[in-house]
Design a binder for this molecule. Structure first.
Ligand SMILES: [Zn+2]
Length: 367
């Protein structure tokens, strides 16, 4: 499909529309969809579910998976790329012995409510730690917690909190700031980048999908996890956390080449973090799995963090679909993670088509 047209029809205005379009597109191409229903509901009372579609031979030795909505509201991007792949006839052009697994809205609650986190206010991409072991500590976050999510999101309480944060940042580097705020924390359930107190529904759903499709018995599994909010506007940066010197790391470089960045080498917009989905998938699937995060830039990092503060404040006060302040905060979160402009959409699709083609070409070249 022509990319200009695709960039106008593949991006949905909300979660419910995206879900309906994904299911419809699968139906048109005769693809079965399995739905994992979330126990909660969306702001309009809509059903929330993670929908997964397997395309290609049931016994394929190689699998390329694309995941959307790990961070809820970021699902507009990945959902658009998945729909574009389906509508552009991707299913009819698979290489031999290769299947595609599309996981749509792995955190449907966050997407529907325009939040980055799950119904448990958990950052799914910090949730893959071993909860039977001592949890990681983040002293930097402890110092900032009360100011990041102040008592009031407007007015004097907010101004005092912003002043305290500015004072903290005055004597630290931007890297120290980002590390404290965003590397993950396990002590403030109402805070930003909270990794949780146990496996979330979304994590358990991903595990169920991995097992149901017997991914641990395939020769190779290549995962593209689609995110937004970091880096230059519209550019999709492939971020690899595969261990230096590992076979998986070599595969990542062979698949996507020199555009791959690595927090371990300091070449990425992202930093070293805990509890990532990449670690969880590799724990379950082993060395056969490579897992790369694609980060599509949207706004400045300050705008993004600002929107997360508003989201956490609303979550702590109890989500209310009708509350005007919360509606304004949700609109800000949507803007921060989904510019919703034809030029950004087109950049996303151009890059998504490229990185998906590269992943399929790598799988198709196996013997
Ligand atoms: Zn993300």
């Amino acid at each position: 499909m022509d990319i200009d047209r695709a960039s106008r029809i593949c991006f949905s205005p909300d979660y419910a529309t995206a879900r309906a379009r994904f299911i419809d597109a699968c139906r048109v191409f005769g693809i079965a969809v399995e739905s994992h229903e979330n126990p909660r509901r969306g702001p309009a009372g809509e059903v929330l579910a993670t929908d997964a579609a397997w395309i290609g031979p049931k016994d394929a030795r190689h699998v390329v998976a694309m995941i959307s909505g790990t961070h809820g509201v970021e699902g507009f991007c990945g959902g658009g790329a998945q729909l574009d792949w389906l509508l552009s006839g991707g299913a009819a052009a698979l290489p031999r012995d290769t299947a595609v697994l599309l996981v749509h809205a792995v955190n449907p609650f966050g997407w529907a409510w325009l939040s980055r986190t799950t119904e448990e206010n958990v950052d799914l991409n910090r949730n893959w730690v071993d909860f039977s072991a001592p949890l990681p500590r983040n002293e930097g976050y402890d110092e900032l917690a009360a100011h990041l999510v102040p008592a009031g999101i407007e007015g004097p309480a907010r101004e005092a909190a912003d002043a305290a944060l500015a004072e903290w940042r005055r004597t630290r580097t931007p890297q120290q700031w980002l590390r404290a705020v965003s590397s993950g924390q396990y002590d403030h359930p109402h805070g930003l980048f909270f990794g949780g107190a146990g496996p979330t529904w979304a994590r358990r759903t991903e595990e169920e999908i991995m097992d149901r499709h017997r991914l641990a018995q395939r020769d190779t599994v290549t995962v593209l996890d689609m995110h937004t909010g970091l880096g230059p506007f519209g550019y999709g940066e492939p971020i690899s956390h595969m261990p230096q010197g590992s076979e998986a790391r070599e595969r990542v470089m062979a698949t996507w080449g020199e555009s791959v960045t690595e927090p371990a080498r300091g070449t990425s917009v992202s930093t070293i973090r805990r509890g990532l989905s990449a670690f969880g998938w590799r724990d379950r699937l082993g060395e056969r799995c490579v897992f790369v995060t694609f980060e599509f830039g949207t706004r400045t990092i300050d705008e993004v963090i600002d929107s997360l503060r508003g989201d956490c404040w609303a979550r702590r006060n109890g989500l209310d679909a009708a509350d005007p302040v919360q509606r304004r905060l949700r609109a800000a979160a949507r803007r921060a993670f989904f510019p919703d402009s034809p030029d950004w959409n087109e950049l996303v699709l151009a890059r998504s088509r490229q990185v998906m083609r590269q992943a399929l070409a790598w799988a198709g070249a196996r013997r």
